[in-house]
Structures are given as C-alpha cells and as structure tokens.
Ligand binder design. Structure first.
Ligand SMILES: [Zn+2]
Length: 209
C-alpha cells in the first residue's frame, strides 16, 4: 500500500503540474491519447516550445483513470463510497454509476472502471467473462430476497439494504472453470475479491484489501 500511496502522491504532483500548463493541457491530452508513438516522432511540431516529453507522458498518465489507492481513499470506515453513504443502499443516483462493458449492468463508477479494465485484459488473455448483475436498487433486492431467500437462512440474497450490490460495489459474473481460475489469480490486481462463501460468481470491489 505504501508503494501505491507513493504513486498516487506522484500522480497528484503531476496533475498539479499539468494544471499549471492549463491553456494547452487539453490539446496535449487528446493528441497524446491518440498516439504516443506519433508523439515521440513529431513532438517538435505537435507541441509548443517548452513542452517536454515528460509533460506529454504526464498527460497520458492523467487519462489512465482512478488508481486503486484513490478509489480506496473514497471509501468510508464501513467500506462504502463516502459520497454515496447519504443516499443509502440501493438508492444511488444514476450519475454515480457507470456501465459495464458489453452489458446494461452498472456499478459505482470507479468500480466499473476497474472491472472494465479487468474484462478487457481477460478478453486479451482469451478468457470469457459475462456480467449477470451489477448495481441493484433497494426494490430489486427486495424481489431477489423473495425469489432466492435470505442468505442468513440458507438462500442466496442479502437482506435488502445490506447488499454490496446496493452500493454498486459488487458484480455477479458468468464464469466457466477457466475464467474462475483466471479471476482467482488476477482479480486482486484490479481491486476485486471473492468474499461470499457459496457464491463463486460474486465479486466485490475492495480496493484497500
Ligand atoms: Zn452478488
């Protein structure tokens, strides 16, 4: 964690530096994102005088998204996104959720970002993972508890108001044996853990664990 905190600190410094270049930060970022190779080849013509390769690299780093350490810092003592705690479980505003790749399911935006990165890397590795369920509203958790029974009574649903799905922190995945093994080996790198006994499909975003 100390190493991650150090990287996070470094990113903050880089972002502060980019902010000091404000008037030209936007064209820099988009050009850098389009192709780092082109950037290297033609930096003399693409970028204003005084812009170094380090600046370009920093702008690329900035587009890489929320680090696990940053996501972890956004959770409160109960492991819930601090900005969402006031809304309540299953009552999160749409604007705080993001779509998962290849599905209509959503999660808390930083969790979705990391799960989408995981899905992309799994695909590259030839591993197929589908999304069964993401964020659940309070009402849909009530229906699920009716259908599947409460976990505490041998069923497969958390009590309404207590599910990690209600915070946009959990996803249920379609995994064959290969994908299950891949997840157990790699999910941690993306902040995801398998933490509910009897539910090998259920993965939670726990970036600080
Ligand atoms: Zn689940």
């Amino acid at each position: 964690m100390e190493a991650i905190a150090a990287i996070d600190q470094r990113l903050s410094e880089i972002q502060a530096r980019i902010a000091s270049f404000a008037p030209r930060a936007t064209p820099l970022a988009s050009a850098a994102a389009s192709s780092l190779t082109n950037t290297l080849a033609s930096s003399a013509t693409l970028y204003p005088a005084g812009t170094s390769f380090a600046d370009v690299l920093a702008s690329v780093s900035q587009t890489s998204g929320t680090s696990l350490a940053t996501a972890a810092s956004q959770l409160n003592a109960n492991g819930v996104p601090a900005s969402l705690a006031g809304y309540g479980n299953g009552r999160i505003p749409e604007t705080s959720l993001s779509l998962l790749t290849g599905s209509n399911e959503r999660m808390w935006a930083p969790a979705a970002e990391h799960l989408n990165a995981l899905l992309a890397d799994a695909k590259k590795a030839g591993v197929s993972i589908s999304i069964t369920d993401g964020y659940r509203t309070y009402d849909s958790q009530v229906r699920l508890a009716d259908q599947k029974g409460l976990y505490s009574q041998g069923g497969l649903a958390a009590a309404p108001g207590t599910s990690e799905h209600g915070w946009g922190l959990a996803a249920d995945l379609g995994l064959d044996a290969t994908a299950q093994a891949w997840m157990r080996q790699h999910a941690k790198e993306y902040g995801f853990v398998e933490n509910v006994p009897r539910e090998p499909w259920h993965w939670e975003f726990a970036p600080s664990s």
